[in-house]
Design a protein around this ligand. Structure first.
Ligand code: MD3
Ligand code: FE
Length: 203
């Protein structure tokens, strides 16, 4: 199904479900080289969401700030290559949302355990805001918060479930967003976690 959350924000319910086995296998390959870790914000707080990356660039945060980096600071090595199954899904979803030829160079992988949340923020570290972001939800369901262009704008709550893919572009690209604390649960694919893949063209 094809649902809009507002101008530039398109939800493809269950779009990734048919590919869950391949996505999961590829994810394990990435994690063997770049395990999940809890990064620190510039303010010194440990993020409740555990993260890693694949692709030519990876999003990182530490005491010095937020940025994209070609190397995993934990290993000093380049991030793992973007798996073909990831790339195909992201490009196909973007095309469905009107962004033909989307070729992400970064995939930020977020892991939520029960209680983990993501505070309201904008994604502003990418070079070209004309490029969309594609997000893929796997495992436990979450409540996504969708705000406006100012932090104080009111937010709407959007449930995101296993297999849902969202394409964020155009006028939605710089809207504030976040994720409410994850509820306890169990999912046959991911166990006690929610995994979110966010595909970006960062460089
Ligand atoms: C709307 N991740 O990694 S994905 C993030 O579920 C992030 O892990 C959330 O926000 C998660 O930065 C939400 C949906 C998402 C991603 C990027 C956006 C929504 C967006 C960029 C602009 C507007
Ligand atoms: Fe974000």
């Amino acid at each position: 199904s094809l649902q809009t959350l507002g101008p530039g924000a398109l939800v493809l319910r269950g779009f990734a479900t048919a590919h869950e086995t391949a996505l999961w296998a590829s994810l394990q390959d990435v994690l063997a080289l770049a395990p999940f870790r809890h990064m620190r914000t510039p303010g010194g707080f440990r993020m409740s969401v555990a993260m890693t990356n694949c692709g030519a660039l990876g999003w990182v945060t530490d005491r010095t700030g937020y940025r994209y980096d070609a190397a995993d600071p934990q290993s000093g090595h380049p991030w793992p290559c973007m798996p073909e199954s990831f790339l195909r899904l992201a490009t196909n979803a973007a095309a469905r949302g009107g962004f033909e030829g989307f070729v992400p160079d970064a995939c930020l992988i977020n892991r939520y355990a029960p209680g983990a949340k993501l505070s309201l923020h904008q994604d502003r570290n990418e070079r070209d805001y004309g490029e969309p972001i594609v997000s893929v939800s796997l495992g436990l369901p979450a409540v996504f918060l969708f705000g406006g262009l100012a932090r104080a704008d009111r937010t709407t709550r959007v449930p995101l479930s296993h297999g849902d893919v969202v394409v964020w572009g155009g006028p939605a690209r710089l809207r504030y967003h976040g994720v409410l604390p994850l509820a306890e649960g169990h999912h046959p694919l991911t166990g006690d976690y929610r995994i979110n893949l966010t595909f970006r063209k960062a460089g």
